[in-house]
Design a binder for this molecule. Sequence first.
Ligand code: ADP
Ligand code: ASP
Ligand code: MG
Length: 404
Amino acid sequence: MPIIVQKYGGTSVRDTGRIKNVARRLCAAQDEGYQVVAVVSAMGDSTDELMQMAHQISAEPPERELDMLLSTGERVSVALLAMAIYELGHTAISLSGNQAGIQTNTMHTRARITAVRTRRLREELDSGKIVLVAGFQGVSPDEDITTLGRGGSDTTAVALAAALKAEVCEIYTDVDGVYTADPNVAPGARKLDAVSYGEMLEMAATGAEVLMLRSVEYAQKYKVHLKVLSSFSNQPGTWVREEDEKMEKAVVSGVTHTTDESKLTLLRVPDRPGVAATVFGALAERNVNVDMIIQNVSEQGTTDISFTVTQSDLPAAQQALDIITDELGVAYVIGGQMGKVSIIGAGMKSYPGVAAKMFKTLADEGINIEMISTSSIKVSCVIERDRVEEAVRALHQAFSLDEE
Ligand code: ADP
Ligand code: ASP
Ligand code: MG
């Protein structure tokens, strides 16, 4: 029998009514002849609520304990969902990530899946049960509970689909697919029928939270047939798959954004080999993810280096810089509140002038560009946070994404 993996996000299981809705969908998939695995997120905003409680007790909660706490959210969802399925006359079993055989490394709060042991999953499926797996979690070689980072249930679903060689991995969420921009920001956004793994990787990496970046990497690596669709409708959704001839190669297929960038600038750093390695080495040691980096021209043997980190990484970045700047005898400044807008498109490779059009569009809106970075299918600009949504709408229109 073919296997299907379906993942339901937090809004899709926000209350018991919605859990019953998901139960009906899972039973319907089983009635269609599938062996059904469902990965479920914590109800509504409960992960945020658990996080808030932790921070009411401690400014820096021990990460092992944070994982123990956060992993409970998805366990609530799977247990309630199993009960709802029994009410419909089908059988089900809820499993924690650990019970489902999801093994990870030891990086608490952002662990990576290292292996999936499918024995238990297969036994339960073969006995006719709908298997419900708590998303976003696994177990480390030390037998501690780990979590996979925000949005991690997407990665759980893709990893299970890969390990079980599922026919398809369906990601059910509160929008009916991947759009040309966040539909909550750009009202003219249009749903895409299909996007390539490459485009989706860039979109996820630059802020389209509809799929966690890691889940797309995983899907590409294991060629998982991935689909994003709504749990509230029966619309066809968006395929995420290998680029092929039939796929429209729009010059720009999407506009993405983030609103949580912080800019840091090291002033008059000695311009000699090894300095950048020291600075970014110290940041890497604290697991700070550095996004854009700019080094200015050298004047009298010194140079300024600016870079961006997410707001959540700012305290760790400051800790690292306090030490490093002391050692180097230099100063650093923290820039204002920043965001980032990006344009993505596989067709960009063969079209000159796309970046220029982006800069002109932002200039016409009177929006100053602080930093720029590019890849073969992406251009990103760091701008003032308050102007981000305006920039998304202007770019969406400038690249004719509103039109059919
Ligand atoms: P879930 O809880 O189901 O995992 P998420 O909140 O993580 O849902 O992701 C869905 C949200 O992603 C949407 O509500 C939408 O606001 C946002 N989003 C951002 N960019 C896009 C995009 N390009 N296409 C679709 N949704 C997007
Ligand atoms: N509940 C977790 C989060 O809010 C994981 C997920 O929903 O994917 O990030
Ligand atoms: Mg999500």
